[in-house]
Design a protein around this ligand. Sequence first.
Ligand SMILES: *[C@@H]1O[C@H](CO)[C@@H](O)[C@H](O)[C@H]1NC(C)=O
Ligand SMILES: *[C@@H]1O[C@H](CO)[C@@H](O)[C@H](O)[C@H]1NC(C)=O
Ligand SMILES: *[C@@H]1O[C@H](CO)[C@@H](O)[C@H](O)[C@H]1NC(C)=O
Ligand SMILES: *[C@@H]1O[C@H](CO)[C@@H](O)[C@H](O)[C@H]1NC(C)=O
Ligand SMILES: *[C@@H]1O[C@H](CO)[C@@H](O)[C@H](O)[C@H]1NC(C)=O
Ligand SMILES: *[C@@H]1O[C@H](CO)[C@@H](O)[C@H](O)[C@H]1NC(C)=O
Length: 464
Amino acid sequence: MARIPSLLLPPLLLLVAQTTGLSTVNLGAVEAKPIDRQLISLSIDGPQRVQDNLTETMYNIFEPGNAEAVNTTYSKRLFQVLAQNSGPEQTYIFGLNLGSSLSFLLTPAFNFKTKHFIEITAAATYLNQSRILAYEVGNEPNLYTYTGLRNASWNVLEYADEILDWMPRLREAAGGQRFPGYQFGTIAEPPSAFGDFTQVQLAVMGVPQAIGSNVCTTQQAAAVTIDYYLNHLNTVTYFANWVDEIAAAESLGLPFHMGETGTAGCHGKDGVSNTLGALLREIDYALYATTLGMRRLFFHNGGGGVFYYSMWEPVALNASSPAHVNPTYYSMLFLADLTSDLPTPRVHRLRHLDTYDLAHYAIYNDQTFTKLVILNTHLYNDTRSTAAASRPEKFVNVSPVLGQRVQIRRLTGPSSVAKTGVTWKGQEEVVERVADGVVRVAASEGVVVQVDRTSWAMEALVHS
Ligand SMILES: *[C@@H]1O[C@H](CO)[C@@H](O)[C@H](O)[C@H]1NC(C)=O
Ligand SMILES: *[C@@H]1O[C@H](CO)[C@@H](O)[C@H](O)[C@H]1NC(C)=O
Ligand SMILES: *[C@@H]1O[C@H](CO)[C@@H](O)[C@H](O)[C@H]1NC(C)=O
Ligand SMILES: *[C@@H]1O[C@H](CO)[C@@H](O)[C@H](O)[C@H]1NC(C)=O
Ligand SMILES: *[C@@H]1O[C@H](CO)[C@@H](O)[C@H](O)[C@H]1NC(C)=O
Ligand SMILES: *[C@@H]1O[C@H](CO)[C@@H](O)[C@H](O)[C@H]1NC(C)=O
């Protein structure tokens, strides 16, 4: 995959800062934040009620025009799926249904007070509790008035009341096993958008759902464009909503998770959410959030051919919608490769160098600077009529901090809006090497750069 860059670099493009920016990487070790190896995780909605004698693992009821099941029932086999379809160290945050508990009051036969107990008792019975990181009580509770799950008097105090009422009883219902703990509360949108459901207000561990814009109506969908996402400074601005929230969680010594996120609410937009551009934004989004102190981000995943922001859809829907991965899947490969050889990975943003189309992250192993991540968030649309125009490139001189002999691992694809053909290192152990410390990053590419410690005898300057 690697293209050999011209060694005759236009001098204006040799832009990076031997003086100011890169020299701060060693100072950055002090401020660097830990990178969780599962920083980029998945959020999957679904289970609403458990029934022991269900013949299926899960039974979904759909309504026309709605890609989300309106009614989901699961059996104990769901827990076998969770236990057996991932490695033994994979943990889950298991959601309990808070929202519809009151609506079951309408059915006299159903005692809603036992509802959470059925869910949590099933989880405690059928899944080794070491696999559960936390139980989450309620999904998007700040929207319950809007979704009809509570009446107009619903507010953060009622929510806190219900939660405090449930917590000790759930802990008890989970029985003698080690109780994993709770995660709160997957608040939809920036947390003050629908009444003040902020963690600052709740003063508890926070899990806002966070999807910046949405495609829920035609008008809102029209406003969702790749230009917005493929812009590092927009990503930085967006996270201003969470700084106080993270601080509130940190002050209690609790990890802050972004519980459900993605490009655009109502499952993303075709041509935006399922592109290389969305992938670069996802990596930038996750690394930047980490520098602010967020611990993990859960990207929403779903099926049916219409969850455009899903990382993958492992089951073919029909002939025209086969099983496939979307570009955003590569965020996991990128992050795994970035951190797998670092016992204590940490990240610091080199903000002095950043522009709307260039993001720089210094990666440390504990206090030792080891790698640079450079993301070029410049739009490159190869379908334009001026397709002959070559892809714009940036050149970053990393020699002040990494020396001249460096290795480059490259994330690339045909264009910002490419839905296929995205590769990470060409999908193999492809490592580019340069001898002058100058790293080329084309529009809508990302690279990981580190010192090249391999032998240079008889090597060409760049090869793949
Ligand atoms: C399955 O269990 C439900 C209650 O959990 C009960 O209403 C239903 O009759 C049972 N069905 C069968 C076939 O046993
Ligand atoms: C949800 O599904 C269950 C079992 O399939 C059914 O008993 C119940 O009536 C359904 N509820 C709604 C609101 O559709
Ligand atoms: C649960 O998992 C832990 C950690 O893997 C293990 O030590 C323990 O034996 C398991 N418990 C049961 C009941 O299988
Ligand atoms: C709203 O629901 C609460 C229970 O959550 C109830 O106490 C209250 O009376 C209800 N208010 C109205 C106006 O129906
Ligand atoms: C495949 O499923 C999608 C999503 O439900 C639908 O829009 C499309 O018409 C289906 N195609 C075929 C060939 O059935
Ligand atoms: C890419 O170019 C095509 C053809 O000019 C245009 O229709 C499309 O809107 C452009 N996409 C973006 C994201 O700029």
